[in-house]
Design a protein around this ligand. Sequence first.
Ligand code: SAM
Length: 282
Amino acid sequence: MATIDGLPPLREVIATHDLVARRQLGQNFLLDLNLTAKIARLAGDLAGSDVLEVGPGPGGLTRGLLAEGARRVLVVEKDARCIPALQDIAAIYPGRLEIVQGDALQVDASAHLTAPIKVVSNLPYNVGTELLIRWLSPPVWPPFWTTLTLMFQREVAERIVAKPRSDHYGRLALLVAWRADARIVMQLPPEAFTPAPKVHSAVVHLTALPSPRFPAEAAVLSRVTAMAFNQRRKMLRSSLKGLGGDIDALLGSVGIAPTARAEEIGLEAFCALARAVAARTP
Ligand code: SAM
């Protein structure tokens, strides 16, 4: 069957390179090249952008990104077995695909790429959230990326876009909303993957804001929200005791009822609280 790029279909690639999926590497592959091209398009216009893809596996999404016109793609793949399949792709896109074999948590991918940079990945479930938190918490803002288009388990995607008072609302949603616009742009059933995972998946598209939505020090906001959500369903007057001093007065100074619970408080109020905490720290 003809493919978008003349390379063999992904089932054949997997058979040729004996890429039996390994659960410990979170390997659930997308084998439909129409679907991977569609995911690549969700990232917006790729022409004129470099793209970072973490965990290319046999290269289905990589092929979508290149066929959709990405200027250059850097892939970081931990599993050495996938590298020959990726080299076959690099051969038909000269100078446009760089392959790094290694752990995405250890590789400084931004050093290999030129702005503007988009990140597009079907992330391994075991490191997906950790990578997202790192991409949202660089030492300086704005970050190296302009957009992140990322596949997660649906439950994680819901935590990323959650609003106050909803079941999935927590620190992750706050961190995301502080520095980015985020929305779920595609839902996928387990059967879209080989092997099929137990859970549904979703693609989240995030656009970096030029500066955080409300002023606050990242470290203080992180500390305050960690304390607040560590004891979910407890009143803030109790969960924030560790901050010391008169907690009722502190909360009152930023218009938060001391009896409120973390899951009822929006981003703007948490940022105001973080500023008040920073202001009183000697
Ligand atoms: N992008 C491919 C697709 O959509 O078919 C594969 C996605 S699969 C969900 C996740 C990929 O991430 C696997 O190829 C796995 O080997 C790779 N991987 C797992 N842990 C990794 C890590 N720490 N760093 C880089 N790649 C990793």
